[in-house]
Design a protein around this ligand. Sequence first.
Ligand code: FAD
Ligand code: NAP
Length: 554
Amino acid sequence: MSDHQQPQGETGTTEGAEFDAVIVGAGFAGMYMLHRLRERGFSARVIEAGEGVGGTWYWNRYPGARCDVESLEYQYSFSDDLQRNWNWTERYAQQPEILQYCNHVADKFDLRRDMQFDTRVTSAVYDETSDRWTIETDHGDRLSARFCIMAIGCLSAGTVPDFEGLESFQGDWYHTGAWPHEKVDFSGKRVAVIGTGSSAIQTIPVIAEEADQVTVFQRTPNFSVPAEQEPLTPEQIRDHKENFAQIKQAARETGFGILIDINEKSALEVSAEEREQEYESRWRTGGAGMLGAFSDILVDREANDTTVEFFHRKIHEAVEDPKVADLLSPTDHPAGTKRLCVDTGYYQAFNRDNVKLIDISNDPIGAITPTGLRTSAGDEYEFDSIIYATGFDAMTGALLRIDVRGREGTPLGEVWEAGPRTYLGLSVAGFPNLFTITGPGSPSVLSNMIVSIEQHVDWIAQCMVDLRERGLDTIEATLEAQDAWVEHVNESAEMTLWPQANSWYLGANIPGKPRVFMPYVGGVNVYAEKCAEVVANGYEGFVLGATAPMAATS
Ligand code: FAD
Ligand code: NAP
């Protein structure tokens, strides 16, 4: 089953070409998927909306953008040669360095020859007679593939709120997730930042260094830990390289896919003094390890309250004006139930004369005006630039912006009307041979994404090989297996504090989006075992099939 691959048309569009797989997206997921499939002898074409590889790191070029999983862990593990010949420079790599890494990977494995850039997939339709997918793009391409693999990203569909007068603004405006490629010069400018999530928290201190004034519009404050950013030493780099395989394996055996030390004690069983010491030491170390301070932070509200109390104190220590510190201290959700932010000088930025915090929790933005914005109560502000750090239609947005149709032409949007339903976050009943890398119902955004991406890509590639070896063409989740998995995902989430936050994990940031906790909280270790068991049990929960010979196209 290796379909004939036709060359790309001279116009740059692809008409009638046939592939074993079309992969949508050229971020970490799409790049590795292509590499694995080529290695296994499959033909594949990647279609990517951007003009280059890197996905998240291609689009999110805002000042201060960097990873919040440490660089040494936020990298591929599939090639020892790759890791040996790449040196990260800082504890948390900046966006340009991660993008450079992505380009290095694309060069090293010669990925671009099977990629088409600057092209957006608009529809993917399954044909039940041929058991093939037809994929169409905004450039008029029409590709046919046995498998359609969505590597479109959980955080790639940026959202700007539908403010009245949005287009009337006469200054410059930007969304953090679609940042210009050239440097934006904010010197001498009055800049508004709307939002206080991870993107805003990273960018505010950096923009404040350059701009004349920065005004931050906050609807809800977030918890943020210091990154304690530092250059990596030659010894750290050498040690990591030498122990790479063991470190990666150890990371896969954790719940989050990262090597944080999780204290087995409850926050409630220790003395106040011990608790304080534990939090303080993790705060000083910096990074997401804060949430591992005690075993019950994410499952017990009372335990979590101790974390919240510690954060509030730290915010008050960092911010000189107690009123501003109060506003920056989250009270609406348990710590860690929205993505924990990792910052460099965020709270301290509010001590600067040129940074102002506006609380819009009770007086939302009413309209964007030609010169700035107006709150609902009528307060007017004037700016030269507006930065929308307003996030993403996460986990389902990019997929549902494509017209995906399965059996009987059923649109995915219809099947997911009440929220996403998948089997293992990888597959959807009624949509044979469609795979969703890090899809809803898998650990994805609750983990080191590269660990989760590699696990999914390896699973999909293995599945395609298994089908080929058995002379089969199709794989489709059963509705029963999907229903049982969705129930398990929901029950697992309910056992934690995560659903208590109005987060994008729940779709709460998008007006009208069904409120369903989308990622699987069971952990990457438990999840990977489940995926392996499914295979060991002959693809339990899936129906495998062969295309009738008359309908075969290859
Ligand atoms: P993406 O990198 O999002 O790539 C998807 C690609 O698909 C995009 O290039 C997009 O253009 C393309 N695409 C989408 N729809 C279409 C279409 N219809 N047609 C054609 N192309 C399409 N995760 C971590 O684990 N650690 C971190 O430190 C971390 N930091 C992050 C920082 C930021 C600013 C953001 C936004 C996310 C971060 N994440 C982090 C999550 C991050 O998205 C993943 O780590 C990872 O990069 C996702 O890779 P991906 O290939 O799955 O998706
Ligand atoms: P986000 O976390 O969803 O934050 C969006 C912000 O915009 C929130 O503060 C939100 O307020 C605000 N907002 C949205 N609509 C608004 C409106 N109409 N009026 C006023 N405010 C509004 O988005 P993000 O910061 O881009 O981060 C998304 C995810 O990407 C992160 O959680 C993380 O997983 C990843 N990321 C990681 C890093 C990193 O450190 N490596 C950096 C950036 C992003 P409410 O909270 O009130 O909704």
